[in-house]
Design a protein around this ligand. Structure first.
Ligand SMILES: *Cc1c(COP(=O)(O)O)cnc(C)c1O
Length: 401
């Protein structure tokens, strides 16, 4: 058996690859440079063009572009009207920002468990957590796979809740043929460099609701309006604007918008390549009983942001930490997505206890994300597969040591 790199053997690759990486080409750089030479470099025509393009890509009626995905979630929670005394149900396995946005508004996140095989929020777990204080749900399309919209919509209608979809992973994904971004009450996107398309930093909220749209536009810029209908002291004076509520500065610059506009042209290609790589991994791991792969619901046509492998620890003579470190040493560097949000010490201090979401907690101890991004070559993918097989063979009980 090959000696693992972590014990002094030769790594599968010389040069490390990480779990995600942006793809920036010369035309992206040119698009940014062009705007930097123009008159308006922030929140100008490129941001407006980007909002139109996001409507086209997602099929939503309105899009509001903001500084990052966390700002998108914050504004969505604000526009939803979440406030002190409210409870909002959030997926337990997600990036902390999905729950932080509820805290920003003074409301309380209540964590729902995941399904053990798709890793997305379990609608049955959501239903059990509903109280008279529940105002909404923040559901993440984890790894890019769509949440179960039919089930979540039924719950929202039955209990009068608002659905915010955290689609930071899911641009390009469809549910029953309909693009993510046009289904939930509000959908939040992130354009951080590790996501499928990037603006450096960036985010957006899409919605079909005009009232939510107006509110989002206003709180993006300090809560200031130029619309007389929204003013307490309306006037047609050209210079006059009025702050009618407390908002923020969550604007995106025009040169970032230009970058994202150019990236969106490549979304079909990015999406196709990610799907191809997912297929290669799925096929390669199908015959490894030690490695479990994520179940995909048939309703989701997924542009995958993350590829997760889950270890069957009953069949391996190691824990997740050892497997992770061994894979890392082979220079096919994994990452873990995510710690159950309420395991963060900050949430612990708020009083959340372990044991709330058993599926999420078990999941966390068995998973890691392996490299998945557009510019991975077939050779890179083959290296990752070789490394996973090498580490699995080493620690598997059948071939064990
Ligand atoms: C990336 C991410 C965010 C936050 O987006 P930023 O643009 O980094 O602020 C929120 N939720 C999830 C699930 C994410 O992956």
């Amino acid at each position: 058996m090959e000696e693992l790199a972590i014990f002094g053997g030769t790594p599968v690759r010389e040069k490390p690859i990480y779990y995600g990486r942006q793809c920036i080409e010369q035309d992206d750089i040119d698009a940014v440079a062009e705007v930097l030479k123009s008159d308006l470099i922030t929140c100008g025509p490129k941001v407006q063009e980007l909002e139109q393009e996001l409507c086209r890509v997602t099929g939503a009626r309105y899009a509001v572009v903001v500084a990052n995905g966390t700002a998108a979630l914050h504004l969505a929670a604000l526009a939803a009207g979440f406030t002190e005394g409210d409870e909002v149900i959030v997926s337990a396995i997600t990036f902390a920002a999905s729950a932080n946005c509820v805290l920003y508004c003074g409301a309380k996140p209540v964590f729902a468990d995941i399904r053990p095989d798709t890793y997305n929020i379990d609608p049955e777990s959501v239903e059990k957590l509903i109280t008279p204080r529940t105002k909404g749900i923040v559901a993440v399309d984890f790894t890019g796979q769509s949440v179960e919209h039919d089930a979540l919509r039924a719950i929202c209608e039955k209990h009068g809740l608002l659905l915010i979809e955290d689609a930071a992973h899911a641009i390009g994904t469809k549910y029953k043929g309909q693009s993510i971004g046009s289904i939930a009450d509000m959908t939040c996107f992130s354009f951080h460099p590790v996501k499928t398309v990037t603006a450096g930093e960036g985010g957006a909220i899409t919605t079909n609701d005009e009232g939510l749209y107006r509110r989002l536009m206003r709180v993006r810029t300090h809560g200031i309006t130029r619309n007389q209908e929204e003013m307490v002291h309306p006037t047609d004076a050209a210079w006059y604007n009025e702050q009618v509520e407390l908002g923020y500065n969550y604007r995106m610059t025009d040169f970032q918008a230009a970058l994202l506009l150019n990236q969106l042209k490549k979304l079909p290609a990015f999406s196709a390549r990610r799907k191809e790589i997912v297929k290669m991994y799925d096929r390669a791991f199908a015959d490894l009983p030690e490695i479990l792969i994520q179940r995909e619901i048939p309703e989701s046509d997924t542009t995958r942001h993350l590829y997760i492998i889950r270890l069957d620890l009953n069949r391996l003579k190691c824990d997740r930490r050892q497997f992770f470190d061994a894979l890392y040493a082979e220079n096919t560097c994994p990452q873990v997505h995510y710690l159950p949000v309420y395991w963060h010490s900050y949430y612990e201090k708020l009083g959340y206890e372990r044991g709330l979401c058993p599926n999420a907690e078990k999941y966390y101890q068995e998973v890691m994300s392996i490299p998945l991004y557009y510019s991975l070559t077939d050779e890179d993918v083959a290296d990752v597969i070789r490394a996973v097989r090498k580490v699995t063979a080493y620690y598997s009980q059948s071939e064990g040591r």
